[in-house]
Design a protein. Structure first.
Length: 119
């Protein structure tokens, strides 16, 4: 693509390619990730992306593989939503009404992070 448009000698394109390691960080900035700190969020996302993207890829290959990664993440989210909608957690406290209310408000995975705090 770079050669096709004749921009292989443009400083902006060369600079962007040198900064390719920071593309993921820019992509996730401003996104909500419940229960993850910034560092662990980046490390976790980097490990997922590393399964799909290689630093030797050119820009076109990067975009193709990155899109596959995004598709995978979205599929995992759909699966988690399905489990959350169809799953019913076991209540573990004497505060059944509060616990049920939390189970109805939170996704199942977030509820399981909340439940030990309530217990």
């Amino acid at each position: 693509m770079v050669e096709g448009f004749g921009v292989e000698n443009k400083n902006w394109v060369l600079d962007m390619y040198k900064k390719r390691h920071s593309w993921v960080t820019a992509h996730i900035r401003g996104k909500f990730f419940a229960g993850f700190w910034t560092t662990s969020r980046c490390e976790g996302l980097n490990s997922i992306i590393a399964k799909y993207v290689n630093s030797r890829y050119n820009l076109v290959e990067f975009i193709q593989h990155f899109n596959r990664c995004v598709d995978h993440i979205q599929w995992k989210e759909v699966q988690a939503d399905l489990v959350s909608v169809n799953g019913r957690p076991n209540m573990q406290t004497y505060f059944q009404q509060l616990e049920r209310s939390a189970a109805n408000v939170y996704t199942l995975s977030v509820f399981y992070m909340f439940q030990p705090i309530l217990v």
